[in-house]
Design a binder for this molecule. Structure first.
Ligand code: NDP
Length: 274
C-alpha cells in the first residue's frame, strides 16, 4: 500500500518537473524571456538563451549561476539567418543533438499608422518577429524530434487576436505566429512535438515601459482590463512553463491569452475585432 502511494506521489512529482530536460529561450535577458528562463530553470531544466547585448547577457548568466540555475547563453541577433543557424548549432552541441523545449520569445514593435511605415521598418518587424520564429522552428525540428517529447511555445500577443492599435505590422506577425502554431501542432504531432501559443496583453517590460509610464495611456489600458492592472512578466512565464511540463502532455495547438480578462471584456466595443 505504502509502495503504491509512493509511486503515485513520484508519478505526480514527475508530471510537474522539468528535471533532465533542456530548453532554448530566445531573448532571455529582459522582460518575459527573462522570466521564462527563470521559471524553466526553477522547474529543473537546463536552459540556453540569447540576446544581442553581450554585457547584459554576461550579467544575467552570472546572476543565474549565483541562484543555482543551469543557464548558458549566446550573443545572437535572432533577426539574422546566419546567427540563427550558429545559435542552433551551439544548442545542438551543448545538448547532444536533442532539445525538449523551444520558446520563441524575441519580438519588437514600432507603433505608427500603416501608411507611415517604411520598407525598412516592415522588414525589421517581420524578420525579428516572424521570420526568426519560423526559421528557428525549422532549424530546431530535428532536435525536438530527437528528444522524443518536444514542446514549442510561441510568445504571440493579444494584438494578434484583436485590433488593439499597436501597429498593423506587429499585429500581422503575431496573427501569423498564431496560425503557424495551429499548423505545426498538426504537422509535427507525429514527431511528438506539441506547439502552443501564449498571447500576453500589456505586461511590464522594457518593450512597453515608455507607454506604461504615460499615466493617461496606462489608465486607458487598465480600464479595458477586468483585473484592473497590467501583467507582471512572471504571470506570463507561469503559463509558458505549464505548457512545457509533462502535465500538459495532451495540450497542443492552443492560443491562450494572458490578459486579465481583456479579450472577453464585452463592455468596450472599441477594442473588439473590426
Ligand atoms: P523586452 O524588449 O522587454 O525584452 C526582449 C528581449 O529579447 C531582450 O532580452 C532583448 O535583448 C531580446 N531581443 C530583442 N530583439 C532581439 C533580437 N533581434 N535577437 C536576439 N534577442 C533579441 O520585450 P518583452 O519581454 O516585452 O517581449 C517579449 C515577447 O513578448 C515579444 O515577442 C513581444 O512581442 C511579446 N509581447 C509583449 C507584451 C508586453 O506588453 N510586454 C505584450 C504582448 C506580447 P537585446 O535587446 O539585448 O537583444
Amino acid at each position: 500500500m505504502a509502495n503504491k502511494a509512493e509511486s503515485e506521489s513520484s508519478l505526480r512529482a514527475s508530471k510537474w518537473s522539468l528535471k533532465g530536460m533542456n530548453a532554448l529561450v530566445t531573448g532571455g535577458t529582459r522582460g518575459i524571456g527573462h522570466a521564462v528562463v527563470e521559471e524553466l530553470a526553477g522547474f529543473g531544466a537546463a536552459v540556453h538563451t540569447c540576446s544581442r547585448n553581450e554585457a547584459e547577457l554576461t550579467k544575467c548568466l552570472k546572476e543565474w549561476r549565483d541562484k543555482g540555475f543551469l543557464v548558458t547563453g549566446s550573443v545572437c541577433d535572432a533577426s539574422l539567418k546566419p546567427q540563427r543557424e550558429k545559435l542552433v548549432q551551439e544548442v545542438a552541441s551543448l545538448f547532444n543533438g536533442k532539445l525538449n523545449i523551444l520558446v520563441n520569445n524575441v519580438g519588437t514593435n514600432i507603433r505608427k499608422p500603416t501608411t507611415e511605415f517604411t520598407a525598412e521598418e516592415y522588414s525589421l518587424i517581420m524578420s525579428t518577429n516572424f521570420e526568426s520564429t519560423y526559421h528557428l522552428c525549422q532549424l530546431a525540428h530535428p532536435l525536438l524530434k530527437e528528444s522524443g517529447a518536444g514542446s514549442i511555445v510561441f510568445i504571440s500577443s493579444v494584438g494578434g487576436l484583436v485590433s488593439i492599435g499597436s501597429g498593423s505590422i506587429y499585429a500581422a506577425t503575431k496573427g501569423a505566429i498564431n496560425q503557424l502554431n495551429s499548423y505545426l501542432a498538426c504537422e509535427w504531432a507525429k514527431d511528438n512535438i506539441r506547439c502552443n501559443c501564449v498571447a500576453p496583453w500589456y505586461t511590464k517590460t522594457s518593450l512597453v515601459e515608455h507607454l506604461l509610464d504615460n499615466k493617461k495611456f496606462l489608465e486607458e489600458i487598465v480600464s479595458k482590463t477586468p483585473l484592473q492592472r497590467v501583467a507582471e512578466a512572471g504571470e506570463v512565464s507561469s503559463l509558458v512553463a505549464f505548457l512545457c511540463l509533462p502535465a500538459a502532455s495532451y495540450i497542443t495547438g492552443q492560443v491562450i491569452s494572458v490578459d486579465g480578462g481583456m479579450t472577453v471584456n464585452g463592455f468596450e466595443p472599441k477594442m473588439r475585432p473590426s
